[in-house]
Write a protein that binds this ligand. Structure first.
Ligand SMILES: Cc1cc2nc3c(=O)[nH]c(=O)nc-3n(C[C@H](O)[C@H](O)[C@H](O)COP(=O)(O)O)c2cc1C
Length: 311
């Protein structure tokens, strides 16, 4: 049976619906020895800011039941070095590149970053990281990006400003640390985002009881991995019922079975995140597993599966 597994995210065409999540796949090249990067639907790069960021104090990660906490704090080389050093590597890989951006100041920084990336042909899409929970302990003047995605008006205003300066496919990444994620999703859609990406990590905390100290240098961090999957699937389903634009689902996807949960709940594409640290080849195994599922269930087109949950 010949399968059609290509999907569209805005104007971006992906040969398959499997991408790798921002911050969990470096800049692609680090994984080149483990898998044929060309087989991926897309690569989302580690969030980049205008200026370089050293990130948070160590320890920055700790293991949790069925997951992990991280408080990397958006360590990155800044946009100039990203363009000079990382983009040429992505160009060679040849897979659609989605560049994740965040601001340390206000909305203007998102606008400058989007304007800059808009001019670069090899950038296929821009992802607005308005949901990172891990940079609130920096300078008091620093914007906590998550505050944007916790407020529908702030989300609308930010997406609207960025939409005006780029024609590239615009993806907005939402936070699960909200009461009603559908309000934020609708605000982003109404402001002109082409797609939504969910979920970023859930704020969490672990304590070392012998030292009576938090296990992370930044005290709190973002929880990811299988522990968050049911929350992410639920949010995907809630948002799918309300919006008209594609959803990129993520949160605890470890294999094809878990990826298919998101697709059935309404995700057009999915991202593999924490699983990359356990099995760097898992994204390719997910693609193969999705194909096997389609063949087993005699479904020719992946589009017929999206949101096809029977309620
Ligand atoms: C170590 C680590 C670093 C991350 N860095 C970023 C980042 O820079 N930007 C971003 O949008 N999300 C970042 N995330 C969140 C992931 O992209 C993803 O949304 C989240 O981990 C849920 O998916 P998962 O459970 O499959 O990992 C990071 C996650 C981890 C574990």
């Amino acid at each position: 049976m010949s399968l059609v597994i290509a999907v569209n995210i805005g104007r971006l065409k992906l040969k398959n619906p499997v991408m790798v999540a921002s911050g969990t796949f470096g800049y692609g090249e680090e994984f080149a020895d483990f898998l044929d990067l060309n087989k991926l639907g897309a690569i989302v790069s580690k969030t980049v800011t205008l200026k370089p960021r050293p990130g948070n104090l160590p320890p920055r990660t700790c293991e949790t039941p069925a997951g992990m906490l991280n408080s990397i704090g958006l360590e990155n080389p800044g946009i100039d070095r990203f363009i000079g050093e990382k983009i040429p590597v992505f160009k060679k890989i040849g897979v659609p590149l989605i560049v994740s951006i965040a601001s340390e100041g206000g909305p203007e920084e998102f606008v400058i970053l989007a304007q800059t990336l808009d001019k670069i042909n090899s950038v296929s899409a821009i992802e607005l990281n308005i949901s990172c929970p891990n940079i609130k302990h920096s300078k008091p003047t620093t914007l906590n990006p998550q505050l944007i995605s916790q407020d529908a008006k702030a989300t609308y205003d930010l997406v609207k400003k960025v939409r005006k300066v780029t024609k590239k496919t615009l993806i907005t990444k939402l936070s699960p640390n909200v009461t009603d994620i559908t309000e934020i999703a609708l605000a982003a859609q109404n402001a002109g985002t082409d797609a939504l990406c969910l979920i970023n990590t859930l704020t969490g905390m672990c304590v070392d009881i012998e030292k009576r100290k938090p296990k992370l240098g930044a005290i709190t961090g973002g929880l990811s991995g299988p522990a968050v999957r049911p929350i992410a699937v639920r949010m995907t389903w809630e948002v799918y019922k309300k919006v008209k634009i594609p959803i990129i689902g993520m949160g605890g996807i470890m294999d094809a079975q878990s990826a298919l949960e998101f697709i059935l709940a309404g995700a057009t594409a999915i991202s593999a995140g924490t699983t990359n640290f356990i099995n760097p080849r898992s994204s390719l195994e997910i693609i193969e597993g999705i194909k096997r599922y389609l063949i087993k269930h005699k479904i020719k087109r992946i589009n017929d599966l999206i949101g096809s949950l029977r309620i």
